[in-house]
Design a protein around this ligand. Sequence first.
Ligand SMILES: NC(=O)C1=CN([C@@H]2O[C@H](COP(=O)(O)OP(=O)(O)OC[C@H]3O[C@@H](n4cnc5c(N)ncnc54)[C@H](O)[C@@H]3O)[C@@H](O)[C@H]2O)C=CC1
Ligand SMILES: O=C(O)C(=O)Cc1ccc(O)cc1
Length: 365
Amino acid sequence: MKRTAFIIGLGLIGGSIALAIRKEHDVRILGYDIHEEQLKMAQSLKVVDEACHSIEEGVKQADLIVFATPVSITTELLADLVHFEMKSGAIITDVGSTKRKIYKQAECLSEKGITFIGGHPMAGSHKSGVEAARAHLFENAYYIITPSPDADARAVIQLQNWLKGTKATFIEMSADQHDHLAGAISHFPHIVAASLVHQVAKLEEKDPLVSKLAAGGFRDITRIASASPVMWRDILLQNKDSLLHLLEAWMEEMGEVKSLIEEENEVDIFTYFEEAKAFRDGLPVKKKGAIPSFYDLYVDIPDHPGVISDVTGILAQHKISITNIRILETREDIMGVLRLTFRSEDDLEEAKVHLGHHMYDTYRI
Ligand SMILES: NC(=O)C1=CN([C@@H]2O[C@H](COP(=O)(O)OP(=O)(O)OC[C@H]3O[C@@H](n4cnc5c(N)ncnc54)[C@H](O)[C@@H]3O)[C@@H](O)[C@H]2O)C=CC1
Ligand SMILES: O=C(O)C(=O)Cc1ccc(O)cc1
């Protein structure tokens, strides 16, 4: 008899987890989503084998239960689990971007002998929905798990075995530490990205040219502002304390930057950027961390007709897929830069070698 996994919430992350589980296990995957069309789509994309019409229906059959709903919903749904029949030895986990409130809510499960181990794959995208789900979404990313101090070590290992198809690196920490760190490197940057977009949107009311000019750096730093507002509303509400501290610290720092500009303090303004650059340049690239797992390779390209098809042709010849391609700069008479995004570190390294053989200069940032 095949083991059964049950995924609740068949969006980007629930779908990607289901695909990653199937890659490594001969398993029956059940799914439930409150939105009928997501459920149907998940079935037609073969992300799940069977659709359940209620959470209770899936829970009683499952060896692994994964909550992949927005964090406020996960918190609510966990409370219902105590009323449901469950297989002995079943493991329950979640993928939410916040952990403290979910961990607190799950205490009522451990009191009943039900195993809950919280989790958060630290990779994803600004896209939503099962159509965007990919088995390799979490490859090389960190996958944080937040077991309670008295969690059964065997259950923690079993969970990692269930999820080994993610090819992520598991790391354990407390829910408090998770929220503190994720607040700084993931949640707070979303507030900043959204605020930058608001600032430009206000300016556009006075000068519509501004959004036409908003290219390059502005687009890069605000990409995450295109993510799901429901998901991010919930994250902010669930990590309120960490985010309020971060906001205070940020406003204080902006006050200091303001003074440096008012005083035209050349030395300290230079140092501000120099120190930020040194820290940013020193962030791990190969070992993917909190920064999501994008494999970007930059290629210097001469301004010459046919150069892009030459680059893509070399990759196609060696059967290397690219997930994204973008020309960052082309002006007359100067070299342009092409940004190629790959699915994995191996693809990127291989591309580097083959492009190098054809005299292309490549680098990572
Ligand atoms: N998007 C990302 O990059 C990442 C998201 N996460 C976390 O993963 C979780 C899911 O996010 P995504 O997959 O991106 O969102 P999504 O919007 O793609 O999927 C969420 C799914 O949950 C379903 N849902 C909502 N309420 C429900 C309910 N009451 N019962 C059953 N299903 C319900 C929705 O219909 C939707 O299909 C969130 O907790 C998020 O914090 C974690 C890592 C990365
Ligand atoms: O789109 C991006 O780069 C992200 O920031 C993805 C992301 C979103 C939420 C998470 O909890 C983890 C990763």
